[in-house]
Design a protein around this ligand. Structure first.
Ligand code: FE2
Length: 128
């Protein structure tokens, strides 16, 4: 059974899909292979770079930064997107290599769920 806002990844082609409507599943690749559910991680054990989103208030909303230590933003290893879920709204900001691993959202609440996707270390969140 899939759930809304779950993410699945094809480890062959590296495609990531988001569930927008729950269903029986499993989520399959075009070649018939089940995609891997990306578990939302919150612990930094064993990694030197940090991934857990950090939220701070700004004049226009909130800024989400990736980790307490700046994450690499190189082509082979970078944060591809940052998202914030607030009530019935989902904000997603796409990033490119070379950009800062952060994004600002028009949300007036720092007590929200933020998620980031690292192309090497998958999905991380500040709360489950
Ligand atoms: Fe990473």
């Amino acid at each position: 059974m899939t759930k809304v806002l779950e993410f699945y990844k094809c480890d062959d082609c590296r495609t990531v899909v988001m569930v927008t409507h729950s269903g029986e599943g499993p989520v399959m690749s075009p070649k018939g292979k089940p995609l891997r559910l990306l578990e939302e991680k919150t612990e930094e054990a064993g990694l030197t770079e940090k991934h857990v989103p950090v939220i701070e208030k700004t004049a226009n909303g909130i800024r989400v930064k990736v980790g307490s230590v700046t994450h690499p933003m190189e082509k082979e290893h970078y944060i591809q997107w940052i998202s914030v879920k607030k009530d019935r709204n989902l904000y997603i900001h796409a990033l490119r290599p070379g950009e800062a691993p952060e994004a600002e959202f028009p949300v007036n609440d720092t007590n929200v769920k933020a998620m980031i996707y690292c192309n090497k270390h998958d999905i991380w969140t500040n709360k489950k």
